[in-house]
Structure formats: structure tokens, C-alpha cells
Design a protein around this ligand. Structure first.
Ligand code: MN
Length: 712
């Protein structure tokens, strides 16, 4: 078992000035927190965090990462460990790393579908505020995969699947190629044990067979490097098993048919030498034209740089060469982790500083580069994601725009779930519909058959799907209510004329009437009535032409005058939008007034002030709850009376006062009396009660005015 000192020795090698105390403290703390836990292998649990820290030390990571590696499971496994406790002992940097790791470990990956895997990777990246969290997580996974033998077989395949789908691609994205390769090979070992075993043997045999060949090639290269005065490191090896396997599957070929199974790597000091060596290789052997790749001038998305070429070598065997500088090689192996390398001797020259600033550099490069390129789609975009990733109870990951709510998720799952969504449980706790979802949350949508979309939802939903569906529902609902209202009005008109609605319906007369008005159906006719596009009288006259003469008298018997022009703006009636609304002339209600609505024969809905005498009297009409919709307020007429002195220019002064408040005058009269007093009546257009108040104030401010009253 590795001890604290082994790790400290390793760190001391690359960073002699490191704070070893913090590593010792983290070691002791973790050992205590896990003291009662045992791994499936039977070893003390502590072996695991130590191995993880050891991997990080081998990667030359910083002290904070190594300490976090030691502590990575404490928060989750030990009930006595808290965030406060950790930050008191180890500071905020280490604590936030441990916190980040705990968050990721709580996500349970379930679906192995391809796009789900991609969403899951994005979710992890979106959750990671510090890339070190991801590197530690990968080290954790590397060790778990090394010790997977002790798991139950079903867990083995599940973990291997997850590793192959999620973690190996993440290692690749961060450019840590050794991790990617090890994770891939170990996953395949458990997912396809028979194939893996066979390939492992074949590769071992091939390696043995090729040993002499490899040495021969290396000798030739060295001789030529010497000739050109280039110092270089040459190595040859077989490709890793998973990449061979993938090639076989993709091209549907046998192991024996893969030519470029051996890859040589030449490491030199400078970029110029890379190209010199390339020329040298191409002079020695014939290159395969389509196989040359220059990743030096065109680095890969994960910053990988190298020259690749395949040549037809001795015995007609294909050999692949990778040519790069030592620096590029370090990046190729360590990827983004190279950023946290401590340098021997701890002296930062320009070259080292460049290395240390690697991450920042990458991000800056991206901002300079005009074409967005692949990189933006990978690390940067993902780290500063515009999206939020949440789980459904079935374990599916859903990607939604930032700021999305349970309603957005409900519609993303299914329209009917959205339409009946009453609330949500996020990680087991109830939240309101307007709650903004966060990364990694498990969201359960609650529904009820009695629930329906609400116009209010439009104020907080983020996705266009939710928006469209809510609007559709509201529209359908308005249609339904219009039909209902139209039918009610129409039936009353029938009763008034001593006719039977049902008989007319049965005899197809309503259908005929609908057609006469170029409407598709009876419902369309009733809706047109409800919306005030047609009046019941118009339709009745069409069905029963004989009514035309006598009908007038009866229809006249209405108790108040109403504005002729439909003015539907400014008022809303529950879910109805497009119903014919009139404002009663008797009381001229203004937005802000306390109002009620009445279904009036043949006139749709009439809005009165609650204080209106017609309301007070009460009658057989139907009472409807209405509300002012101030966003959509239109213009309303109101009458005012102004008592004032009869002075020259008074009418002009009053007119100016009204106009100064942006109110329009539609009518105005001035009556004078003998005692030099005057009474003026104005009919003006205002937006609402507030607006009227301002007009009244302006009028009162006119010299000579002593009373301003709103009148019915
Ligand atoms: Mn772990």
C-alpha cells in the first residue's frame, strides 16, 4: 500500500517547495473519515483515495488537486464531514474541488443511447467550474477501472459502458491520451471479454514477432538522424487494443488485415526539426499519399500537435510515424493537465510560463480566431455553457436553455405532460412552476388531469416549444369559450322569439346558416356569435326571414346604451381573449375601476362599473368575473364636468390642460350662467383611472377652476 510519504516524495521531485503539510493533513483526514469502510477487494477503503492521489502526483498536478484527490470521497461517504469543516481545515480552493467531485458523483448515468451520452458529457462539463475537478474525476475512474474485477458482473458492464461512453471521450477532449487509451482498453476488457482476450494475445504475439523489425527501423532512423545532426528519441510500439478493435469494426476487417498496427514516434527539439525529419522519412520510404496529416500547423481541437505519415517500409510493410517536439508530446499525453505541471527547480522561464498559462492561452486563442472551429464546441462552450442539463426520473438527460423551468421540461417530454403540469419535485423537494432548473437536478413533473395551461406561463417559459404549445392551448380554449358564449346568446335569442334552438339544430338550419355566412360548421357560427362577429339577430333573420318585421320592437328593449364599436382590448375574462367586449355607456368604466361583466342579449359581454345603477338593480343577466388587462389597455371614453369662472380664454386653458396630459378631447361644451360662472362638459379619451386622475389634477390647476367631477 502506498503511504503518504510516497506521494510526498513524488511531489517533491517536481515541486520541492510544495506545502507537504496539507497533503499529510488531507491524508490523515481521509484515513479517519474512511476508517470503517472496506473496498470490495477486502482492502481498507483508504487505498482508493491514495491511489487516486498517486495518479495525480504522477501527472505532476498541483498540491490542491492531490489533496482533493485524497479527500474526494469524504464528503459523500462520511456523515461527519461537511463543507464547512473541510473549508476550515483545507481552505476554499480544495473544498470547492471536493464539492465539485461530490456533485458529479451524485449523477447517475442510466441510458446508453448515443445522444444521451453526449448530453451527459455536456452536463458534466457544464457542472465543472474548475477543470481540475474533471481531471481528478478521471483519475478516480482510472483507478476504479483498474480494480473493476472485484465488482459484480452486472456492475462491471455498467461501469465499463459508462467509462467508454462518458469518461474516455472526456479524457480525449482534455487531450489526456494515456488516460483515454487506458480507459478504453479497460472498458473493452469488460464489455467484450472474449474479443479483448483474443486481441490481447494477438497483439502480444505481433509485438514479439515485430521486435526485431522495430529495432531495425529504429536503428535506421537513428543513423539518419545522426547524419542530419538532429538529436531525437525514437520508439516503436503497437497501437492500443481499443483503437485496433474500432478499426476492425468500422472497416469490418480481421486483425491480420490491419497494416498500420505498428506506430513509431520520433521526438525532437524544435518544430523545424519535425519537418526535417518528415522529409528524411519520405526520402527513405515511399509515403502513402492520403495518410499524411499536419497537426502542427492545424492542431486538433484538444490542442494535439504532431505530424502523421504512413510509409511503405521494408518488406512492403506499412509503418506509421508520429513526429513531434518533446513539448508537443507532453501536451499529447497530458493534455490540459499539463497546465498544472510544476516544473523541476521551480524556475519559470519564458518557455515554462507559456506552459503554465496554457489554459488561459487556449481560451484567448479562441477569442482571437475568427472562425469558431471545433475547439469552441468542446472545452470552452461546454465550460461556459448556455444550457442546463437535468434528469428525468427515467434517467434521461434533457438539455434545455439556461433559465428553463419545470414547464419547459414538461413540454420537452411530451405536450400532454406540459398541458397538465401542476408543479415539480426537484431532487425530491417541491418547487413552483417558475423555478429555474439547475445542472444535474433530477426533476419529476407533477401532473393533474384538471390542470390546464395558463397565459401566465408565457411570462416565464424559455423554450419555444413550451411557448407555442401554451399559445395553442389558450387559443383552443378561447375558441371553446366563444362557442359556449355564442350558444348561450343564441339560445336566449331563440327563447325570446319563442323558437326552439334544438329543433333548428336538428333540422340542419344552423348548418345552412353557417354556410350562408361562409362558415365551416355550426361551431364556427356559434364562435362567430360569441366573438361578436355576428349578432344573433342577423343569424335569426337569415334562418327565419319572417321574423324580420316584428323582431325589432322586442330587441329594442335593452336597459342601457352601449358603445357600438367592439372594444375588446383592455379587459380579460378568465381564459377568454377574443370575445366581444363592450364598455357600458351608462358608467364608462376605466381601467382601474372596479368592474363586472354581463352577458347581454346579442351583445356579448358588457363591462360596467360595479357602482353602476344597472348593476345595483340586478337582473337576470349572467354575471362574469372580469379583470383589467393593463398591458393591452386601449382608449376609453369618459365624461367630466368642470365648474369654473367664466373668464376669457377659459375653454382654451381647459383644453390645453387636458392635452398636456396626452388625453384626447372628443366633445366639449361650455355653458355660462349670469353670475359669471361656467359649467363645461368634456368627453375625453384616457387610458385608465390613473390617467384620468392626472387630467383632473391638471384641470384643477387651471386658474378659475373650482370643481372637476367624473360623471356617468
Ligand atoms: Mn472515488
Amino acid at each position: 500500500m502506498i503511504r503518504a510519504n510516497d506521494i510526498i516524495d513524488k511531489v517533491a521531485d517536481y515541486y520541492p517547495a510544495a506545502d507537504f503539510d496539507i497533503i499529510r493533513k488531507a491524508y490523515a483526514y481521509s484515513a479517519y473519515a474512511h476508517r470503517n469502510q472496506v473496498r470490495l477487494s477486502g482492502e481498507p477503503y483508504m487505498v482508493h483515495p491514495i491511489e487516486v492521489a498517486n495518479i495525480l502526483a504522477e501527472m505532476k498536478m498541483d498540491v490542491a488537486s492531490i489533496a482533493a484527490g485524497l479527500l474526494h470521497d469524504t464528503l459523500e461517504d462520511d456523515p461527519m464531514t461537511s463543507i464547512e469543516d473541510l473549508s476550515l481545515r483545507f481552505g476554499d480552493e480544495i473544498t470547492s474541488l471536493v464539492e465539485g467531485l461530490t456533485k458529479i458523483s451524485k449523477i447517475k448515468f442510466k441510458s446508453s443511447r448515443e445522444h444521451q451520452a453526449e448530453n451527459f458529457r455536456k452536463m458534466i462539463l457544464a457542472m465543472v467550474k474548475d477543470i481540475r475537478v474533471l481531471i481528478i474525476k478521471l483519475a478516480d475512474r482510472v483507478h476504479n477501472m483498474r480494480t473493476l474485477d472485484f465488482q459484480r458482473p452486472d456492475r462491471q458492464t455498467a461501469i465499463a459502458r459508462e467509462t467508454l461512453d462518458i469518461y474516455a471521450p472526456l479524457a480525449n477532449r482534455l487531450g489526456i491520451s494515456w488516460m483515454k487509451q487506458e480507459l478504453e482498453d479497460n472498458s473493452l476488457r469488460y464489455l467484450e471479454p472474449a474479443i479483448f482476450k483474443e486481441l490481447e494475445e494477438k497483439v502480444a504475439r505481433k509485438e514479439l514477432e515485430s521486435r526485431e523489425f522495430i529495432e531495425r527501423i529504429i536503428k535506421i532512423i537513428h543513423r539518419n538522424l545522426d547524419h542530419y545532426g538532429i538529436e531525437g528519441q525514437v520508439s516503436g510500439r503497437l497501437k492500443h487494443i481499443y483503437s485496433i478493435y474500432r478499426k476492425m469494426v468500422r472497416r469490418n476487417i480481421a486483425f491480420e488485415q490491419i497494416y498500420d498496427i505498428i506506430a513509431f514516434r520520433i521526438l525532437v527539439d524544435s518544430k523545424a526539426e519535425c519537418y526535417n525529419v518528415l522529409g528524411m522519412i519520405h526520402a527513405l520510404w515511399h509515403p502513402v499519399p492520403s495518410r499524411f496529416k499536419d497537426f502542427i500547423s492545424m492542431p486538433k481541437a484538444n490542442m494535439y500537435q504532431s505530424l502523421h505519415t504512413t510509409v511503405i517500409g521494408p518488406e512492403g510493410r506499412h509503418i506509421e510515424f508520429q513526429i513531434r517536439t518533446h513539448e508537443m508530446h507532453q501536451v499529447a499525453e497530458m493534455g490540459i493537465a499539463a497546465h498544472w505541471h510544476y516544473k523541476e527547480g521551480y524556475q519559470l522561464d519564458d518557455h515554462d510560463r507559456k506552459q503554465m498559462d496554457w489554459l488561459r492561452q487556449m481560451i484567448e486563442w479562441q477569442q482571437e480566431v475568427s472562425s469558431p472551429g471545433e475547439f469552441l464546441d468542446t472545452v470552452k462552450i461546454d465550460l461556459f455553457s448556455e444550457a442546463v442539463y437535468v434528469f428525468t426520473p427515467a434517467g434521461e438527460v434533457k438539455e434545455l436553455p439556461n433559465g428553463s423551468t419545470p414547464v419547459d421540461l414538461a413540454y420537452a417530454i411530451h405536450t400532454s405532460i406540459g398541458d397538465h403540469c401542476t408543479g415539480a419535485r426537484v431532487d425530491g423537494r417541491l418547487v413552483p412552476l417558475r423555478y429555474q432548473l439547475k445542472n444535474g437536478e433530477m426533476v419529476e413533473i407533477l401532473t393533474s388531469k384538471r390542470q390546464h395551461p395558463n397565459k401566465d406561463w408565457l411570462t416565464f417559459v424559455k423554450t419555444s416549444k413550451a411557448r407555442t404549445k401554451i399559445r395553442q392551448w389558450v387559443k383552443r380554449e378561447e375558441e371553446r369559450r366563444s362557442i359556449e358564449l355564442g350558444r348561450e346568446m343564441f339560445e336566449k335569442a331563440f327563447v325570446r322569439n319563442k323558437l326552439s334552438f334544438n329543433r333548428a339544430l336538428k333540422e340542419g338550419r344552423l348548418q345552412e346558416a353557417a354556410e350562408a355566412f361562409s362558415l365551416k360548421s355550426v361551431d364556427a357560427l356559434l364562435s362567430a356569435l360569441g366573438r361578436g362577429k355576428l349578432s344573433p339577430r342577423q343569424v335569426l333573420n337569415r334562418i327565419f326571414p319572417e321574423l324580420k318585421k316584428g323582431g325589432r320592437k322586442k330587441g329594442k328593449k335593452s336597459e342601457e346604451k352601449v358603445e357600438k364599436k367592439p372594444a375588446r382590448d383592455g379587459i380579460s375574462i378568465k381564459n377568454i381573449d377574443d370575445v366581444l367586449v363592450r364598455f357600458a355607456k351608462c358608467c364608462n368604466p376605466l381601467p382601474g375601476d372596479d368592474v363586472v361583466g354581463f352577458v347581454t342579449r346579442g351583445r356579448g359581454l358588457t363591462v360596467h362599473r360595479r357602482s353602476c345603477r344597472h348593476v345595483q338593480q340586478g337582473n337576470s343577466e349572467r354575471y362574469v368575473d372580469v379583470e383589467w388587462n393593463l398591458d393591452r389597455a386601449g382608449v376609453h371614453h369618459v365624461k367630466i364636468r368642470v365648474m369654473c369662472e367664466d373668464i376669457k380664454g377659459m375653454l382654451v386653458a381647459l383644453g390645453t390642460a387636458i392635452s398636456s396630459q396626452d388625453a384626447n378631447i372628443t366633445k366639449g361644451t361650455l355653458n355660462t350662467s349670469i353670475d359669471r360662472k361656467a359649467v363645461c362638459f368634456f368627453e375625453i379619451e384616457v387610458k385608465d383611472l390613473e390617467h384620468l386622475k392626472k387630467v383632473k389634477q391638471a384641470l384643477r390647476a387651471v386658474k378659475g377652476v373650482y370643481q372637476v367631477t367624473r360623471i356617468s
